[in-house]
Write a new protein. Structure first.
Length: 99
């Protein structure tokens, strides 16, 4: 469809953030890459687009289960990564205040 942004910049983001990521499976890899992207200032939408452009697992889901399932997976992964990073930040802030 025409509603997809140019994939090249997002594929480059994927390559940058997935470099050196050690994961035991593809789902974990997507999550760790998403988390890393969020920590450096990407927003959930950018992360979702990056996963669509770069993730081998998303491509697999897309081919075997269709676009909607792939989109759900991407959005969940992006949100989960962002939420967990926020939690860690809040936790660190709490610890600093208690010192």
């Amino acid at each position: 469809g025409l509603d997809l942004p140019p994939q090249q910049p997002y594929r480059q983001l994927w390559q940058r953030y997935s470099q050196g990521v050690r994961a035991s499976n593809l789902v974990q890899q997507d999550y760790l890459v998403a988390k890393r992207a969020f920590e450096t200032g990407c927003n959930p939408k950018q992360i979702a687009l990056m996963l669509i452009a770069g993730s081998p697992y998303v491509r697999q889901i897309h081919q075997s289960q269709g676009k909607d399932i792939a989109r759900d997976y991407v959005n969940q992964t992006a949100q989960l990564a962002c939420r967990n990073v926020q939690k860690q930040k809040n936790f660190r802030r709490q610890q600093e205040q208690e010192l």
